[in-house]
Design a protein around this ligand. Structure first.
Ligand code: ARG
Length: 277
């Protein structure tokens, strides 16, 4: 009995080491034994290519969303403005790739994008596989319900046994799981589909960050912010890059510092909110 128990942590340790060994060479073949080279290779590579590719999930107004500009579909939002400023400071062009939120981290690790800007929260779990810049914006979590149900759903308990929506792969999935354990979660890839489900009574509520909730509500008078309170409500956004690109993180933090200090981020947020409607 005693022996068996003592073995478990050892086995877990071995499994972690094995997993780590299996992953590293696949992710960074050239730099596996040269951490110093790995730290600078990425920035050089981007500058040589003359472009940087950003991955985003453009279902998240005012952070990133689709908008018709001069009869052409474009991805806009305050995250995109920040990404443009970063590309400009690096002296390269910006290419934007739109995908589902839960496809972003795999795309970064596969090298299909150079960085992610998507209202992404630097959680401890994510920090194990990617690196983050500093936080450039912070929002709180809200629960959206149909206007007619505002008095019915006022607390987490009121949603016991009910279906609650959350974006697949997003922190909101964890929030529903942990803070609304008696509700049934419905996770979907795109926020727009989650809003539709709520409107069509396929779910009773939806957990989403406040600015995003408000952007959708401005166009959907049948939906409202509920009084349901969630704990540890903060959700900061940071940029993610592949592990081992310290030079890229430093360069991005410089741009972010500047944009935060001279209030450009605030301006981008205001402008993005205005362009939602
Ligand atoms: N902040 C949350 C997270 O990091 C949600 C972000 C969702 N972003 C998006 N563009 N849909 O998981």
């Amino acid at each position: 009995m005693f022996k068996k128990k003592a073995l478990i942590p050892v086995l877990i340790g071995l499994a972690l080491v094995a997993a780590g060994c299996g992953q590293k060479p696949a992710a960074e073949p050239a730099n596996a034994n040269q951490p110093a080279a790995a730290q600078t290779a990425k920035l050089d590579q981007i500058k040589k290519a003359g472009k940087i590719v950003v991955g985003t999930s453009a279902d998240y107004p005012p952070y990133e969303f689709h908008k018709e500009v001069d009869k052409k579909d474009e991805i806009v939002g305050f995250d995109i403005e920040i990404a443009k400023a970063i590309a400009k400071d690096l002296g390269v062009n910006l290419e934007v790739k739109d995908m589902k939120f839960d496809g972003l981290l795999p795309a970064l690790e596969a090298g299909n994008v150079d960085f992610i800007i998507s209202g992404m929260t630097p959680t401890p779990e994510r920090k194990q596989s990617v690196d983050f810049t500093e936080i450039y914006y912070t929002a709180v979590q809200k629960v959206v319900v149909r206007a007619e149900d505002k008095d019915k759903y006022k607390a987490v308990e009121d949603l016991a046994g009910k279906r609650v929506g959350a974006q697949k792969g997003a922190t909101q999935e964890q929030i529903v799981r942990k803070q609304m354990p008696n509700s049934e979660m419905k996770a979907l890839g795109k926020i727009s589909d989650l809003m539709l489900d709520l409107k069509n009574k396929k779910t009773e509520a939806l957990v989403v960050e406040q600015p995003v909730a408000e952007a959708y509500l401005s166009k959907n008078p049948d939906l409202v912010l509920s009084d349901v309170k969630l704990s540890s409500e903060d959700s900061g956004s940071a940029i993610a890059v592949k592990k081992g690109s310290a030079d890229l993180v430093d360069a991005m933090n410089k741009t972010l510092d500047k944009l935060i200090q001279d209030k450009s981020v605030d301006k981008f947020v205001t402008e993005a909110n205005e362009s939602v409607e």
